[in-house]
Ligand binder design. Structure first.
Ligand code: ATP
Length: 552
């Protein structure tokens, strides 16, 4: 973990953003709890998403850049669904990662999580690696603390099979070049002390769905799964929404909620957790208009993070290579952020935007689909020539009454993680600077520069001293801010400079101070977190002033 990530994690605990789950019992790997400020921050992330994607959307007005007008509605479906859903969606058979265990350390790894940097040179030429040592053919380095050379070699072979990592690595040759890794030399040069060969189990598949049991008998027939994504709750309700809501294509159905994955190696703070929250849109459209909608959502979602303060330097929109695409996907792009726990130049996924064609609705009509030799989707059959997993048999097609056509709509899916977005906003907000205190001495300052919409506390009210009517006046102002629906804090403890620092550290955009002048001319100071500018405004207009600043 990089230095700044350690500081961010420490701040999250110290100020009540994120706590280790069940901490008093030593924690529970892959699970996290949000404290009071983290809860408020994450709620603001979720609410901003829902507001911007659904509530503020007006289907009578066409947003700029959208191919046409469209409707957006929400659903809230349950965490546990009929197990047949997961059989038809493909999760039951296909939602797995490759896993290996190290026999020596008993550690468990997801193969493609081992981030390795490697360079394939041009065969015979001798090059120098970063350590200055001379290598021929291949140089491999690992960023893992618990580095294991064999495991890395194994991972590289897995990388070789999965070309999706090609552009993250410095790929400069055919896959077969992987076999030229000289592990012995690699061990000696790059990883002295790496564990010996033969300590790894064979890679095996591991289904990521969390199993549970429904009903009193607890037999295998009662097995159910906690949903690994919220999307399927939307697909299975497609017909219900069409029949009950008078929606017409194109339209989106949105859902925010918890998902669960039995991640093999949860890591990097909340980035990869076993319980997390997703914010998903399934956008249904005519097949002939789907490409335009894919581009629209891809760009719109990329912009959303930037509108909420993510710097353009730290966020990328990465189109998947053809080999990286899921078998049903016509196009997929990831929005990725330069999290501080990653190496320079590396990015971690915040959101995926996928053009899923008619795969999902067709799977729930006919049964689990697979690709045939001609590259077309067809129902997967069992050894008796029957559908391997039967679909619902329900008609999930749509009748376009203008075109007088019936078809299965295509789907564009922007699928975001609320926890990953929250973590990115936390990382982006973290700043250190030096500012003069009241006596002019320079002091270190930690300031969370949250976008005002996301800041968990919008304003803090301070009486300068605890007498001369100032606490009473400050309480009155605090009440007015609360009545205006603003989340705010009251603080009368300690020197004013320390009170500012406390608010800076949690990202409060505005601090309001009641002082001697307030008692004579009725004005208070407002201090801006980022510019440190202080201006005097009438105390009785403070709620309007803060509201208008937050909305500007
Ligand atoms: P990754 O490749 O990082 O495992 P993914 O491609 O499997 O992610 P999706 O299935 O596309 O992820 O899920 C959509 C979003 O849900 C992701 O972009 C991410 O923001 C969030 N998400 C997925 N898995 C996790 C997790 N284990 N912890 C936190 N958020 C997650």
């Amino acid at each position: 973990m990089s230095r700044s990530m350690e500081k961010i994690v420490a701040l999250c605990k110290r100020r009540g953003f994120v706590f280790q789950n069940s901490e008093i019992y030593g924690g529970y790997n892959g699970f996290w709890d949000y404290g009071p400020l983290g809860t408020a921050l994450k709620r603001n992330v979720r609410d901003s998403w829902y507001h911007d994607m659904v509530s503020a959307h007006n289907e009578l007005l066409k947003p700029e850049a959208a191919p046409s007008r469209f409707q957006m509605v929400g659903v809230e479906t349950s965490l546990i669904m009929n197990p047949q859903v997961w059989k038809c969606s493909g999760h039951y058979d296909l939602f797995h990662d490759m896993m290996v265990d190290c026999r020596e350390t008993k550690s468990r790894y997801r193969l493609d999580q081992l981030r390795c940097r490697w360079v394939v040179f041009d065969g015979e030429t001798v090059k120098q690696d970063e350590t200055g040592a001379e290598l021929s053919k291949v140089m491999v380095t690992s960023t893992e603390e618990d580095f294991d050379a064999d495991l890395t070699a194994e991972a590289l072979r897995a990388f070789g099979k999965k070309k999706k990592y090609a552009d993250k690595l410095q790929w400069d040759g055919p896959t077969t070049t992987l076999d030229t890794i000289d592990v012995a030399q690699f061990n000696q040069v790059v990883a002295p002390g790496a564990s010996k060969a033969g300590t790894l189990t064979e890679p095996r598949e591991f289904n990521l769905m969390m199993k549970t049991v429904i009903g009193a008998l607890g037999t295998d027939d009662d097995a159910a799964y906690l949903r690994p994504e919220t999307a399927q709750g939307i697909f299975v309700n497609f017909k219900n929404v069409v029949d009950s809501s008078r929606v017409k294509l194109p339209f989106g159905i949105c859902q925010v909620g918890k998902s669960f994955r039995n991640e093999i190696t949860p890591r990097n703070f909340t980035f990869r957790s076993r319980e997390f929250e997703q914010m998903e849109i399934e956008f249904f459209c005519r097949p002939d208009e789907s490409s335009g909608w894919y581009t629209y959502w891809r760009d719109r979602r990329y912009q959303w993070y930037q509108d909420l303060g993510i710097s353009k330097d730290r966020i990328i929109l990465r189109d998947h290579h053809a080999e990286e695409l899921a078998h049903y996907s016509v196009g997929t792009a990831d929005i990725e952020y330069a999290f501080p726990f990653l190496d320079d130049g590396e990015f971690g996924e915040l959101e995926g935007i996928a053009h899923r064609g008619d795969f999902d609705l067709r799977s729930h009509i006919d049964g689990k689909l697979t690709k045939n030799a001609a590259g077309e989707l067809e129902v997967e059959l069992n050894e008796h020539g029957q559908p391997k997993y039967r679909g619902s048999g329900k008609d999930l097609s749509y009748f376009d009454d203008q075109a007088k056509e019936r078809f299965v709509p295509h789907v564009i899916e922007p699928s975001a993680g609320a926890d990953r977005a929250t973590l990115a906003f936390i990382c982006e907000a973290y700043h250190e600077d030096r500012q003069p205190d009241e006596k002019g001495a320079m002091q270190e300052r930690v300031v969370m520069k949250f976008h005002p919409r996301l800041a968990p506390v919008k304003a803090a009210v301070f009486p300068l001293i605890k007498k001369e009517g100032m606490p009473e006046k400050a309480t009155e102002i605090f009440g007015a801010l609360k009545a205006a629906g603003l989340s705010c804090q009251f603080d009368q403890q300690g020197a004013i400079g320390r009170r500012y620092r406390r608010q800076d550290e949690i990202g409060t955009p505005y601090c309001i101070t009641v002082d001697g002048d307030t008692m004579t001319d009725g004005t208070v100071t407002i201090r801006d977190r980022d510019t440190l500018e202080q201006v005097r405004v009438p105390a009785d207009s403070i709620a309007d002033e803060i509201t208008s600043r937050l909305n500007s």
